[in-house]
Ligand binder design. Structure first.
Ligand code: HSE
Length: 371
């Protein structure tokens, strides 16, 4: 059987680069014929020796795109808006795999998170669905963390308070975060070197630096280093951010009718970490379960959940963004029965926003389709 022709768009960006490197790691390219598209450097040499094209193809040229069995884009929603409908209208009936959010809530698109919704993916595939979209990173990471409880339909509601990394806002934001850190450090480095300098003098200078006219904030619009930004994505006008809206709505769509639905709500907050999103989750269960039982169910959720014992040492040293970065592990700790009401538990979870939060579900759906 001839191999599927897969066209990649947006492979140079952050999510795209993580995807390509995961695919190389897993030897995925041997199963497909790969073609690389660009929106800005048509005709330049393709940098990958495993590719089936020597030169970069035009990502806006529908005739070129139509030659593919599968298109996988990490280029962003603007690209999807510009190309997707025209390509479908032109009669192209291939699989479209998309990292961007634009098509997520469309009826004929499935939000992919195969460890959780493989049944939905398989039944949709049989029905002829050909549009597969990666979910919001926070939602995917949350569902993977509590998968063991979700699959037994034990969850009544979830409140997720997020601590989201700069990477979710983009590569430029990650650079800006480090620029802000450096700026703040430089503003007080003399005082820091003097062990006897009063800490309140240092603090005052740092506070002034936030207002400095060359303090870098063109992407975040505000300080993230040394601060937090308690709003992510657009303002829906009802006190809720778009990121917060995605929590319940994408969860419902991912779970579909294969699970009993449950309520999700919470606040989404940007913090000064690089690429791992954390969430402090409160769960109300439908049944009275012991802490031990809950721990066991969570750890049986999927192959990536890694339980961290709820003690001081482990929580400090093994349950942080620095420990999840670059890994597929979904760290889950601070699991404790709360004293607030019956059947309520806390947990704290951390996962890599670029891996399970973005690239990995795309890599896996490609492999599901091509196998
Ligand atoms: N919207 C997310 C964030 C990233 O801003 O962190 C993409 O899912």
């Amino acid at each position: 059987m001839s191999k599927f022709k897969v066209g990649f768009v947006g492979w140079r960006g952050m999510v795209g680069s993580v995807l390509i490197s995961r695919m190389v790691q897993e030897n995925d390219f041997k199963n497909i014929s790969s073609f690389f598209y660009t929106t800005s450097q048509v005709g330049e040499k393709c940098p990958f020796s495993f590719s089936d094209c020597d030169k970069l193809l035009d990502g806006y040229n529908l005739d070129e795109l139509k030659k593919m069995d599968i298109i996988l884009t990490c280029q962003g929603s603007d690209y999807t808006k510009k190309v997707y409908l025209d390509l479908r209208d032109s009669g192209w009936n291939g699989h479209w795999i998309d990292a961007a959010s634009h098509l997520r809530m469309e009826n004929d698109a499935i939000i992919i998170l195969d460890p959780v919704n493989r049944d939905l993916i398989d039944s949709s595939f049989k029905q002829g669905i050909k549009t597969w979209v990666g979910g919001n990173c926070t939602v995917s990471l949350m569902l993977l963390a509590i998968h063991g409880l979700v699959k037994e339909n034990l969850v009544e509601w979830v409140s997720s308070m997020t601590y989201q990394a700069a990477s979710g806002a983009g590569a430029n934001n990650m650079r800006e975060l480090l620029g802000q850190m450096g700026y703040l450090y430089n503003s007080v480095s003399d005082l820091l070197h003097d062990k006897n300098s009063p800490i309140l003098d240092i603090d005052e200078k740092v506070s002034e630096s936030f207002e400095g006219k060359d303090f870098p904030k063109s992407y975040f619009g505000e300080a993230l280093a040394g601060s937090v930004i308690p709003w992510i994505d657009s303002d829906l006008g009802n006190g809720q951010s778009k990121e917060e809206w995605k929590g319940p709505n994408e969860t419902l769509k991912i779970l579909n009718t294969n699970y009993e639905p449950f309520k999700v709500d919470g606040l989404c907050v940007r913090i000064g970490t690089m690429r791992c999103h954390s969430q402090a989750i409160t769960i109300k269960l439908k049944k009275d379960l012991s802490e031990e039982n809950v721990l066991q169910k969570i750890s049986n959720g999927n192959d990536w959940v890694k339980l961290v014992p709820n003690d001081r040492e482990n929580s400090i040293h093994n349950l942080s963004p620095t420990k999840a970065s670059g890994k597929l592990d979904i760290l889950v700790g601070r699991v404790r029965k709360l004293n607030l009401d019956n059947n309520m538990f806390s947990l704290f979870t951390v996962g890599d926003q670029l891996l399970w939060g973005a690239a990995e579900p795309l890599r896996r759906i490609l492999s599901i389709i091509t196998k």
